[in-house]
Design a protein around this ligand. Sequence first.
Ligand code: C5P
Length: 224
Amino acid sequence: FQPKVLAGKRVLVTAGPTFEAIDPVRGITNLSSGKMGYAVARAAREAGAEVLLISGPTALEAPFGVRRIDVQSAQQMHDAVLSQIDGQHVFVAVAAVADWRVLNASEQKMKKQADGSVPELKFAQNPDILATVAARTNLRGYPYCVGFAAESENLVEFGSSKREKKGIPLLVGNIGQNTFGQDDNTIILFDEDGHTVLPRASKLELARQLISEISKRVSKLSLL
Ligand code: C5P
């Protein structure tokens, strides 16, 4: 049984990878399984929130009681988030969003060339969904924005600078190699006071601890 610390709150979560098409049957994606984001959505629902999950392609089922919108590309995830963000109290960006999309994607399946010539892909930068939402935070601090950072090294240093760069009150750091596809994780929470390590545990257990930390901070906002 989980205490209903987010009763009456609306929480929007992004999860999973994105898929950036190269042609109708090929694309570029990443190793995110969606497990951490789905665990956050489940933990938020257990805490009494109304939860909307905007998910890239994953093999997972939506947690009980959670509404899900499926998207493929970063641009679609961005558009879905912005169309749903009004009225949300908390935004947790767990998705591993592609930094780039293919500008010259082919409308038809690309054919292998007899002369051995290979396709040349051109890239454009995708919008930063989290930074866009964070820039719209209102004077009371809603939506309360939480980001994730998957680094491969120097997590403590990168984590606190990324939190500031994104303009968000709370950032969750993890090491990419320790989390992608796995059932457990180690995370570090970065906020304006510094950082706290949440030791290795199942993603659901960590998600519950994270939701508890978020709810403490959100309840302070409501007092202002
Ligand atoms: O800058 P970086 O991609 O490492 O930041 C990761 C955080 O930003 C995650 O919370 C991720 O969901 C979010 N993000 C996003 N839109 C992007 C890139 C990252 O919302 N285009």
